[in-house]
Write a protein that binds this ligand. Sequence first.
Ligand code: PEP
Length: 224
Amino acid sequence: MKQKTVIGNWKNYLNGVETIKLSKQIVGEKISDYIRLMISPCNLYLNEVNEIMKESSVEVIGQNITSYDSSSDTGGVTAIGLNDIGVNRSIIGHSEVRKRNKGFKSEDILKEIMPAQFKFILCFENTQQIPFNILNNDFEMILAYEPVWAIGTGETASIEHINEIHGSVKSELSKLNLDIPVLYGGSVNPNNSKEILSQELVDGVLVGGASTKYEDLHKIINSI
Ligand code: PEP
């Protein structure tokens, strides 16, 4: 079986005490070699969570970046700022970010961070949002199919639908000789994670709500 990636996107669901408690529970988990776990806490707690996870195999990642270098963007998050605190990867283009920032074009931020090899997970709701022409194999990048109607709604995409989208993305990637994992996100929970994670075309899952509850996350990472 190939290794699958599980990303827990904690969004802004947890306060500081809850974030630290959950991080300490997770760091005590025995994680199988078939699972690679990444956790994306709210920016406020990134440093503390990274400190807790530093001796573990759990990677702490950002939820968004707005520029590579320092900028005048109030409330923005820079890639070099994340690097500074030992965080070398971030989610980009989450549908909640796209909704806030109507002019969002992943190409703009990717052109800034890719030369610096800052790792990312690019979320897409449809294949037009994937800038195939600028992706490359020079360092690790990940794509995550996140149909907006499935995010936080309890309505998971069907296995047929997931396979259809992942199949078409993977076929485009292979035409370009690109080896980029494709994850699925949208109401993944302990009841559907086994089936989703066991699909050949699914390289992992991006989990929001369920990843903020220890029992659910524990079950998801132990479902394969
Ligand atoms: C997400 O935040 O990316 C997500 C998929 O959320 P949920 O699992 O709650 O649908």
